[in-house]
Structure formats: structure tokens, C-alpha cells
Design a protein around this ligand. Structure first.
Ligand SMILES: C[S@@+](CC[C@H](N)C(=O)[O-])C[C@H]1O[C@@H](n2cnc3c(N)ncnc32)[C@H](O)[C@@H]1O
Length: 385
């Protein structure tokens, strides 16, 4: 078995749903809200994996468990010789706090005796972030030592890959067309939803029927989905998507064989443009309602329910029988949370949180993505026929 710890993003329920759908591991267990242990039968390509998922901050390989002395455990993994300055650090995920000063000083001493000059990298947070780990080349040095302690169990691991925060932020803020009026889904969330929809298979026909400026289409291209279709009823959205896709193709690794089409279509007439039962997966963030203050929430909710109900009827027509929909439904918030009430028809909601993990979810088995001060939260809904 090859054992890894996935260090989860803020929304750990979504991160877990993504990992389990994408990699379908042989075994997993939740250590705590930051760490999912995952065991694979075959060796796992860590760097490739982290580029294709949105909800994982670091992937850590298990080195030692139930060791008695941390210094002894780490010493086995220190270099015998090293050119330049060897930088190393510690990250801790578990109960309480941990002080690494003593261990770090002893490591420096040991390295000095091996004629290696070294620096202990620390940061203000308890853990070294992916930014600090990358900037100090700790993955290349195999030197972000990760200590996990939970319910009396001890693990030592080393970070093998970190989320590429620069590329993600460039895709978000660096692309030519941004549409803050209709809103943009964060690329990380787009990746998570795609992975939940695709379940590890890229040989699929994917549709985003509210494609906006093309975030989901771009991320689908990067994941390597075989056939990608984007539709939207706005001329501007279609143009923006085309420009962004061209930019993404030129700047990131898009597989040449990806077939991407973007077309102006009103979602209410989707099935007269696309063949019946022609789509494997729909991933989409529809219009979430006007974001201005002072809107009549009941009115907004009613008009959104109408649009979403019509969209769901069309999705049932164009989706193959074993197809999946992953979509955002807005949760409107003023004084209390207000969920959309929709007619699901043949669809049923598929809960993405395995029962044994006992994680919080809504009454209808969906996961909420949102922060305290946001006016609209996103409900991530997975539907199957
Ligand atoms: C929130 S945006 C989608 C954002 C997109 N996920 C992105 O990140 O760029 C919603 C989109 O829905 C489109 N839209 C609204 N009503 C529609 C309808 N009836 N048919 C098709 N598209 C519609 C709007 O033009 C807008 O581009």
C-alpha cells in the first residue's frame, strides 16, 4: 500500500468529495478536519494529481508511524551531503500545538556534523503554507516534515506536492476577460465540481449551459476532458469564453485533442440544440440572482426557481441515463438562510459525503460553500437520474 495524507482546503467536505470521486482510493480515513489519509495499491503520481484537483493544499507521503522519538524518526531522512544551504521545516496537523524548536536545533547540529549548513524555516502560522513551502523549495529538498498526531497516534510524513497557488491565481485574475457583473466561479471550485462530476474519467462529453466567461470550460480543458461544450444566452459571454479559452490554450497545457465548442443557446431551449441523451456530465453555475443590496429576496427567489426548474427539465432531456449533474444553487441570505425549492423530476440528489465520515451536510445531502460575510452562498448539488 502507498499511503498519503491529503491536507484539505477550507471546505473540507468538498475537498473529500473531490478526492474520493477523482481517485477512487482503496482505503481512506479522516484523521481530522484538515487531513484525509488515503491508501492506494499502486504508486501514485503526486505532482500530476495535485495540478488536477482544487481542494487539496498539500499531498504528504507517510514515512513513519508510531515512532517514539521525533528526532530519531526525522534523522533517517536527512541528507548525507548537500550543496548550498539545506532548508527544512515542520508542519503540524493535530490536537493541541507543538513546539519544534528543540528538534530543529538538534537537526541543525546533526547537519553541521555532516558539514551541511542549514536553515530552519518558520512562519507565523502553525503550518508552513503552500506559498512558504514552494518559495523555499522544500518539496525539492524533501524537507517539509509533517507531523500528525491524533487520538494517541503519531505519523511523520514529508510533503511531496503543493497546490500551485500562483497558477491558480493567474487563471483567476490574469485572464483577459473577467465578468464581475454576472459573477465568476473560483477556478478551485470549478475544478472540484468537475472532478465530482467526472469521477476520474476524462473520456466524456461535458456541458456547461451557463458558461459565462468560461471558467468551468477552461478548467475542464486543463483536466483533459475529451469533448467540452459551453452554451450561454448572452453574446458577450460567448465571446468572452472564446477569448479566455484561446488564452488558456496558449498559456497552459491543453491537450490538442480536446474538442471545445461554444454556442449561443438559451438554456430553456437546450434540447432543441443538443441531441437527446447526448451529454455525460453537466457542470454549471447558473445565474445566482442580482447581487445588489435592497432586492426583494422573495421575488428574486421565485424568478430563480422558475429559471432553474426550466433548466432541470432540459438537463433531464439532454443527459444520458447514467449521467451526472453538478451544479450550484444559490442560498440567499439576509437574516436567515433561504434555500431554493426545485422540482427534481427524474433526478435525485446524490450525497457526496460517505456516512462513515460523519460530516456536516444540509438536510438534503448537499454541501454549502460560502463565507460568513458573503450575501449569497453556494449550495453544491449533485444529481443523477
Ligand atoms: C454566474 S454566470 C456564470 C459564471 C461562469 N460560471 C463563470 O465563471 O464565468 C451566469 C451566466 O448565466 C447566463 N444565463 C442567465 N440566464 C440564462 C439563460 N436563460 N440561458 C442561458 N444562459 C443564461 C448569463 O448570461 C451568465 O453568463
Amino acid at each position: 500500500m502507498y499511503s498519503y495524507f491529503f491536507i484539505l482546503g477550507n471546505n473540507f467536505a468538498l475537498s473529500i468529495a473531490e478526492i474520493l470521486n477523482k481517485f477512487q482510493p482503496e482505503k481512506y480515513s479522516l484523521i481530522n478536519k484538515e487531513v484525509l489519509r488515503v491508501d492506494f495499491k499502486k504508486e501514485f503520481k503526486v505532482q500530476k494529481a495535485i495540478e488536477k484537483i482544487g481542494g487539496t493544499i498539500k499531498i504528504v507521503e507517510l514515512l513513519e508511524k508510531d515512532y517514539s522519538d521525533l528526532l530519531e524518526a526525522v534523522e533517517k531522512y536527512l541528507p548525507e551531503n548537500f550543496e548550498g544551504k539545506y532548508k527544512f521545516g515542520f508542519s503540524f496537523y493535530g490536537e493541541g500545538r507543538k513546539n519544534f524548536k528543540g528538534t530543529a536545533m538538534a537537526i541543525k547540529k546533526e547537519l553541521k556534523s555532516r558539514k551541511i549548513s542549514s536553515r530552519w524555516i518558520i512562519s507565523r502560522e502553525i503550518n508552513l503554507s503552500s506559498v512558504v513551502v514552494s518559495k523555499n523549495k522544500l518539496v525539492e529538498n524533501e524537507a517539509d516534515f509533517v507531523v500528525i498526531e491524533e487520538k494517541g497516534k503519531k505519523y511523520l510524513g514529508v510533503t511531496r506536492a503543493v497546490q500551485d497557488f500562483e497558477k491558480l491565481s493567474w487563471r483567476d485574475y490574469g485572464r483577459p476577460m473577467r465578468d464581475s457583473y454576472s459573477g465568476m466561479i473560483p477556478p478551485k471550485l470549478a475544478q472540484i465540481m468537475l472532478n465530482i462530476g467526472l469521477q476520474g474519467k476524462t473520456d466524456r462529453i461535458l456541458l456547461d449551459p451557463f458558461c459565462g466567461s468560461g471558467t468551468i470550460l477552461m478548467e475542464a480543458g486543463l483536466i483533459g476532458v475529451r469533448e467540452i461544450i459551453g452554451t450561454d444566452f448572452s453574446e458577450k459571454a460567448i465571446k468572452d469564453s472564446q477569448i479566455n479559452l484561446r488564452w488558456a490554450k496558449n498559456n497552459f497545457q491543453f491537450k490538442e485533442k480536446n474538442n471545445i465548442e461554444v454556442e449561443k443557446v438559451d438554456v430553456r431551449k437546450l434540447s432543441s440544440h443538443l441531441g437527446k441523451k447526448s451529454i455525460d456530465v453537466i457542470v454549471t453555475e447558473p445565474f445566482l440572482g442580482p447581487q445588489r443590496k435592497g432586492e426583494d429576496l422573495e421575488k428574486v427567489k421565485k424568478s430563480l426557481e422558475e429559471l432553474y426548474n426550466q433548466a432541470l427539465i432540459q438537463f433531464q432531456k439532454v443527459l444520458k441515463n447514467n449521467g451526472r449533474v453538478v451544479m450550484i444553487w444559490p442560498v440567499l441570505r439576509k437574516t436567515k438562510k433561504s434555500f431554493l425549492n426545485l422540482e427534481l423530476g427524474e433526478f435525485k440528489i446524490v450525497n457526496q459525503i460517505p456516512a462513515d465520515l460523519k460530516l456536516e451536510k444540509t438536510k438534503r445531502g448537499t454541501i454549502i460553500y460560502g463565507r460568513k460575510n458573503q450575501r449569497v452562498w453556494r449550495e453544491v448539488v449533485v444529481l443523477e437520474k
